[in-house]
Design a protein around this ligand. Structure first.
Ligand code: UD1
Length: 356
């Protein structure tokens, strides 16, 4: 059996790593990794391969950045001849980025079996590019691996045949559990006892310069109560150009994107996290660290119903008051969702190889 993993953007890497590892213990199974090149900076890509022990990609499509249509089309054009030549039995795609839908669509048209890891998540907000990618990828995939029960319900409601859907748990948490001992050893320099960790990169937050500038001002205010560490995604760094940045001795510390271990160590010890990322809502739920999500909705509702996540929307007063409540001991408590247990990738591997 031959399997191709298609990955391209930062959040794909920690999802594919445990699946590739779980599959490597099966005989008569050959795996290849295709990197689309959607993310290409060393600190957005290479560093994760090294830290997570992902084998070097067999192919790199080197598509780079562009509009959604340009990026998606470039991946499709470059992936089609490759997949035809390699003739895999199954292509695995991950998450909800442009690389995910591009590869899934190519395979669907060629009649190549496709598995979607992290299927079924829905924000019900079609203004989000990722929601379009999720809906379409799930419609054309043959195997749908969901992280939580809500994913199964969404897929069944959309008419997906139940036998295609497999509730396996959360592969991102597989990686987190595996890396936790190393993260616990990790000692970032000059780390304050209490601090907030911030990440913001969604177009809905950072492409609106007025709102981005309001948030920067808000974070400066919050940093008087608790110091802030804010690693900047390249999109956010770009948008901050031209806005007044905090001075180097400010308690609002901006830095480059961090490698996986350093970021996990910071999450684990944080007093609170403020984010608009999908994966970080899940990681903080597992770590039971309070998380404020600066969005109007989430495709990961289980992090709210069971976990430590709270939606605060684009509302300065709501964010300030939630931060105040957490700092004065009123953080929401949570529990870890079922099957977020470090074994999701093994379940996927068992399903894929059944009958081998
Ligand atoms: C993409 C995903 C998003 C995911 C995020 C994680 C889509 C639609 N979006 O958003 O779901 O949460 O990755 O990071 O697939 N850039 C660099 N270096 C890089 C990569 C990007 O400088 O290595 C800059 C470029 O200016 C680029 C911009 O970041 O135009 C945005 O990159 P892109 O891949 O289009 O989307 P992300 O915002 O990273």
């Amino acid at each position: 059996m031959k399997i191709i993993h298609v990955i391209g953007a930062r959040p794909n890497f920690m999802k594919a790593a445990p699946v590739a590892r779980a599959l490597s213990s099966y005989r008569d199974l050959n795996q290849q990794i295709v990197h689309t090149g959607q993310h290409y900076d060393v600190n957005m890509s290479d560093v994760f391969f090294r830290e997570l022990g992902i084998p070097e990609p067999d192919f790199n499509l080197q598509v780079g950045s562009g509009s959604h249509a340009q990026q998606t089309a470039a991946i499709m054009q470059r992936f089609e001849p490759l997949v035809l030549e390699q003739a895999p039995d199954l292509v695995l795609v991950y998450g909800d980025v442009n690389s995910t839908i591009a590869a899934a669509l190519v395979c669907a048209k060629l009649g190549i079996r496709t598995g979607h890891v992290e299927a079924g998540l829905r924000s019900f907000d079609r203004g989000m590019p990722e929601e379009i990618n999720r809906l379409l990828t799930d419609q054309v995939s043959d195997l749908l691996f969901t992280p939580s029960e809500d994913g199964n319900r969404n897929l069944e409601r959309e008419g997906i045949a139940p036998e295609k859907i497999h509730l396996v748990g959360n592969v991102m948490i597989d990686t987190l559990i595996q890396m936790l001992p190393a993260a616990a050893q990790y000692q970032p320099n000059n780390l304050p006892d209490a601090y907030a960790l911030v990440t913001l990169h969604r177009p809905s937050n950072v492409d609106d310069v007025q709102w981005l500038s309001t948030m920067l001002e808000m974070l400066t205010q919050i940093s008087h109560e608790v110091p802030i560490i804010f690693p900047l995604h390249p999109r956010t760094r770009e948008r901050l150009r031209g806005l007044e940045r905090p001075t180097s001795n400010s308690r609002l510390q901006l830095c480059d994107p961090l490698p996986y271990l350093a970021f996990l160590a910071l999450q684990q010890k944080a007093t609170l996290v403020i984010t608009d990322s999908g994966g970080i809502q899940e990681e903080t739920t597992f770590l039971q660290v309070p998380c404020l999500t600066v969005r109007e909705n989430t495709e990961r509702p289980i992090t709210i119903s069971m976990g430590t996540n709270e939606l605060v929307g684009r509302e300065v007063t709501a964010i300030r008051s939630a931060v105040g409540r957490i700092l004065s001991g009123g953080a929401k408590s949570g529990t870890v969702p079922p099957l977020w247990d470090g074994h999701a990738a093994e379940r996927i591997a068992r399903i894929i190889t059944a009958g081998l």
